[in-house]
Design a protein around this ligand. Sequence first.
Ligand code: S3P
Length: 453
Amino acid sequence: MSQSLRTLHGPLSVRRQTQPLAGAARPPGDKSISHRALLLNALAVGRARVTGLLEGEDVLAMAAALRALGAGVAREDGPDGPVWTVDGVGLHGWHEPADVLDMGNSGTAARLLAGAIAGARITAFMTGDASLRKRPMARVIDPLSRMGARFVARAGGRLPLAIQGALEVAPLDYASPVASAQVKSAILLAGLAAPGLTVVTEPAMSRDHTERMLARMGAEIVSGPGPDGGWRVALAGQPELTAIDIDVPADPSSAAFPMVAAVITPGSDVRLDHVGLNPARAGLIETLLEMGARIEILNRRESGGEPVGDLRVRGSALTGVVVPAARAASMIDEYPILAVAAATASGVTHMPGIHELRVKETDRIAAMAKGLAAAGVAVEEAPDALTVTGAASVRGGVTVSAELDHRIAMSFLALGLIAEQPIVIDDAAPIATSFPSFIGLMEGLGVTFEAAS
Ligand code: S3P
């Protein structure tokens, strides 16, 4: 029996659309910027108003942790939607949480908070869900230990984790082996408490929301090209951070799902409003344009210190491409949905240089390869690459495991829009971590979901 669903739990399915997608929608607030809007303001002095915040489970876990650490974080309904206020307590105002901090599914919340706690004179304990407890934390534990913090973790540097902040934080000059905004941000947040310059270089520029926000709050922070084609960020420690109001743009990583849904569903014409267009996040749009997608960027403007615009997206015939490995950091969360677009393209789409996908909410290379193959798509998996050969039609008729990963769940629901037989995901619940309004937004564009058993 088919029914309209507004809640996310249990199996969910989509069958081939008989109508094109149409209409306009504003995707939810940017997850990365939402985390930082709460956390950085909690480290600043003064009251900040945050609008457009993503009220997904990941960000709510951050809000709860910040309250437990002594910051004032509250929500009220305003005339134009919810307004979050953050009463920052300053760099040294955090207190020891009375209980374990539960970061749920969120790697960003766990790693950024680990950095901030490393720079505070407190001890805290942190855990997360079954997915987060498998994810590598050594990438932040190693540099933060060098700055003077102490950690006790499970084997391999996994959560649960005990963190003892440094009494005197040492500034660090760190060459990160991975292009990771979580690693970079964790070090910069600890570096806020250090007397002197903290420097992070990364092999390629990762998203720079932390740097933009810290600069707006009054920190001295400079970034630019680093050695060997990499990226370098330098922060002067012990700044006076002033709370700032932030209007969070819509998340390009969430907009990616209705965007690709419209591109692959013939005849579609959809507008997605107020979408973040930070160049460090815009790799999917660039790639889809190269594949022949009809995407127009309208009304380019600035909001909350970030470039934004409205996107007009139309159903398009796609051609496979090689996605340059150097672009990976700017679309790291978008490869699962790009693989879905690639399944409908003529020819081969090769996606190299994406080994980081193996340590996301699940191993996304493996999860996509397995689900696409089961749905009848020709796909090849390599240790750090995915290659998809598109076809005029996709068989479908499978149940795919979401593996506690919101982006895997939404990607396969998007594939269901064009598959001959329905695609079922075993559990829609993970979608609430980043896109709690997913079903309502997609229904508004004309998509019909069915509860599956
Ligand atoms: C994020 C950084 C990225 C991204 C994640 C959010 C952030 O992870 O995949 O969804 O907000 O800093 P890495 O830092 O591990 O690349």
